[in-house]
Design a protein around this ligand. Structure first.
Ligand SMILES: Cc1cc2nc3c(=O)[nH]c(=O)nc-3n(C[C@H](O)[C@H](O)[C@H](O)COP(=O)(O)OP(=O)(O)OC[C@H]3O[C@@H](n4cnc5c(N)ncnc54)[C@H](O)[C@@H]3O)c2cc1C
Length: 376
């Protein structure tokens, strides 16, 4: 049997790599995914999996709304619900002086023609989240938002990729890339691949991969932390965040509370390890019990931190390499890339296959972050 020769290598088997691979394979490309550890090992396996348009940077709103439509029909894309529920995301004002910031945001969104973020008063807030402490005075809500199950999502994207003929190599870390004519030659520990197209979806390590093809893209690092508790009886449906504190609070289908919100631990991209800072994490637990006093005695079952790249404007890098023809970047999601997964794969596929996309991606160009341009 003849071996299929790939024409596209996706580096990184996180959700963005898988989504790009899936859309590319559907568009007729022969795709390999090269993953150093195992699929979902890093940010995509550590994520809180909030599916949130609420509070997005204006530059991200159009693709985020498109992604939200895709989440609402995710079963038609990957053959599984991914555990997605559209119970809404709510940003709570605890006190009256928190309301103006939320009202300003709602006005700004309206002025830009968006209606998906809506102010609600205390009584509607209580109706949506009866377990919330009565001291909270109002909120901004995006009712079509929600959350998914991260591991179910990874499995669904992986299965769909493999059903479309994508070959996934795990334990296959890329160590060097060199240009050979119009192709790229990729070295890994044991195997070598020669392809005309590379997608760099290497998460926290993406700047290193970019540097291998001549793009110097400065990136920071995030090590967001999470708490999962023991299982409880149903407490709330929407995902709740709060003005002025780092908190994202939801209940999984299994009954566990999943508490995050961007509190930072530490991470080391050389050793591939991220570490929880319990003193910081306690602030998240405090915010959770302030907002939901009934969970004060609930036991914490697990904590973790996951790492990913952060850009200086907290917008991702999505688009062609400025220096390396045939190389496309998709990284730097800065703590909020899960929701964008379906649409980014589609954008990358358009760029590779058609050479353009109808989406407005100039705010995500690599050039905006680059300090030096490699010689042509
Ligand atoms: C704790 C936490 C909570 C989050 N919560 C949310 C949320 O609620 N909502 C939301 O929208 N987003 C959230 N995010 C962000 C979201 O999870 C990420 O933006 C998204 O998962 C990034 O996916 P990725 O595929 O780009 O990166 P990753 O999943 O990190 O995948 C990158 C992959 O590249 C591989 N790789 C790196 N270097 C190489 C190499 N040289 N060769 C081969 N492979 C390589 C890595 O092993 C890794 O598997 C959260 C993130 C974290 C950490």
């Amino acid at each position: 049997m003849s071996r299929i020769i790939p024409d596209t290598a996706v580096i990184g088997g996180g959700l963005h790599g898988l989504s790009a691979a899936l859309h590319l394979a559907r568009a007729g490309r022969r795709v390999v995914v090269l993953e150093r550890s195992w699929v979902g090992r890093h940010a995509s396996g550590a994520t809180a999996a909030g599916v949130r348009t609420l509070g997005r940077d204006l530059a991200e709103v159009p693709i985020s709304l498109e992604a939200m439509d895709m989440w609402h029909r995710i079963e038609t894309i990957v053959g599984d619900s991914c555990g997605f529920h559209s119970y809404g995301q709510i940003r709570v004002a605890e006190f009256d002086d928190h309301l103006p910031a939320l009202e300003k945001r709602a006005d700004a969104m309206r002025q830009h023609g968006y209606s998906h973020e809506e102010m609600i008063d205390r009584s509607e807030l209580r109706r949506l989240v009866p377990a919330l402490s009565p001291h909270c005075v109002g909120a901004l809500v995006a009712r079509r938002d929600g959350a998914a199950d991260p591991h179910r999502t990874i499995h669904a994207f992986r299965r769909s990729c493999e059903a479309r003929g994508v070959v996934i190599h795990e334990g296959c870390g890329v160590t060097a890339i060199e240009q050979r004519g119009s192709d790229w030659h990729i070295r890994t520990g044991e195997q070598e691949f020669t392809v005309p197209v590379i997608v760099n979806a290497a998460g926290a390590w993406a700047a290193r991969l970019a540097a291998m093809v001549g793009d110097v893209i400065p990136l920071g690092l995030k090590a967001s932390m999470m708490i999962a508790t023991e299982r409880l009886a149903p407490l709330l449906d929407p995902v709740v965040s709060v003005v002025g504190r780092s908190l994202s609070f939801k209940q999984s289908d299994q009954g566990t509370l999943v508490i995050g919100g961007g509190l930072q631990g530490s991470a080391d991209i050389d050793t591939l390890k991220s570490t929880v800072n319990f003193i910081e994490l306690a602030k998240g637990a405090q915010a959770a019990t302030d907002l939901f006093p009934s969970v004060r005695d609930v036991r914490i079952a697990r904590t973790w931190a996951g790492m990913e790249a952060k850009t200086k404007d907290l917008l991702p890098v999505v688009g062609p390499s400025p220096n390396a023809p045939g190389v496309f970047h998709a990284f730097g999601f800065s703590g909020h890339g899960f929701q964008l997964v379906p649409v980014i794969g589609s954008i990358i596929s358009d760029l590779v296959v058609q050479g353009e996309t109808r989406r407005h991606i100039s705010p995500f160009s690599a050039e905006r972050l680059m300090t030096t341009r490699a010689a042509a």
